[in-house]
Design a protein around this ligand. Structure first.
Ligand SMILES: Nc1ncnc2c1ncn2[C@@H]1O[C@H](COP(=O)(O)OP(=O)(O)OP(=O)(O)O)[C@@H](O)[C@H]1O
Length: 263
């Protein structure tokens, strides 16, 4: 578990329902994301994980309930909450450096300062020397590094990641997981990380939130004890997660109870 870190904020979701038209996609979700933790989110395809993340980002309104960030209602997008997608969301005509500096340009940061910060962040993610490359000249793993640098350049208090490493091969994925943890240890930030991969969820998460098949409700939140080491034997937690993922969807009340009893 993570102790409170100054300047770092968490989320509180209170009976959040999100829908498109009259169809709920996320239903009655109560969840706290603790300041400075990495919360991974797993759930069957289509259960509303991306929708939930977009709501945390302020890009998707809630139909009922409310989402607080640092105690304040989330009313729209903010530089304090950066999103990183699986798809390459870089602008193809801009160089790596100019992609990373974009959020600062939007904020009106003077050019010399934003260049300097963007170059520093590219160095941090291991891309010194690639500042002038355009996305098409970079590998998938490198493009994800640029996306991470672009998210970090805004010095966000939370990073919302939607299967960011899902398209990478095993080696690049492992490298990005190490990089994310390295960055997170040096810059305390709240991270909400959606993944399909239970091993990734257990490696990165302080806790794992499990959603039911759509409409997504909270099935359970499990603590992940011990060091974040890929060599750590997680077979029991893995089995438990797979069982939770495969189990039938509980009624809202049962789900709330289960999330309390499952440690
Ligand atoms: N803009 C939209 N308009 C209407 N329905 C939508 C929209 N975006 C998502 N949905 C629906 O909401 C449901 C949840 O989608 P979402 O992408 O959040 O699920 P997910 O759990 O992230 O899925 P996956 O794991 O496959 O990425 C799906 O049924 C999807 O079709």
């Amino acid at each position: 578990m993570v102790s409170a870190v100054p300047g770092v904020a968490g989320f509180r979701l209170e009976r959040v329902t999100i829908g498109f038209g009259s169809t709920p996609v996320i239903e009655d979700l109560d969840l706290d994301v603790r300041p400075g933790e990495i919360l991974t989110v797993v759930g069957p395809s289509g259960c509303g994980k991306s929708t939930l993340l977009r709501a945390l980002a302020g890009l998707q309104p809630v139909a009922s309930g409310r989402i607080l960030f640092g105690g304040e209602p989330v009313a729209g997008p903010s530089a304090q909450r950066a999103l990183v997608f699986q798809d390459d969301a870089l602008l193809p005509w801009r160089t790596a450096l100019r992609n990373v500096e974009l959020p600062l340009a939007i904020q009106g940061v003077p050019r010399a300062r934003r260049r300097e910060q963007a170059a520093h962040l590219l160095g941090l993610v291991g891309l010194s020397g690639y500042e002038r490359h355009r996305p098409a000249q970079l590998s998938g793993g490198m493009r994800q590094r640029v996306q991470l640098a672009r998210a970090l350049v805004q010095a966000p208090r939370a990073i919302l990641m939607d299967e960011p490493f899902g398209a990478l091969d095993a080696q690049n994925r492992a490298a990005m997981q190490r990089l994310l943890l390295q960055v997170w240890r040096h810059r305390p930030t709240t991270v909400v990380f959606v993944t399909h991969d239970v091993d990734e969820a257990l490696l990165l998460g302080d806790r794992v939130a499990v959603l039911t098949p759509g409409p997504g409700r909270l099935r359970a939140v499990i603590d992940v004890p011990g060091p974040r080491d890929p060599r750590q034997d997680r077979s029991r937690d893995r089995e438990r997660l797979l069982t939770l993922l495969g189990g039938p969807a509980p009624a809202a009340q049962e789900a709330a109870q289960e999330s309390e009893v499952v440690p």
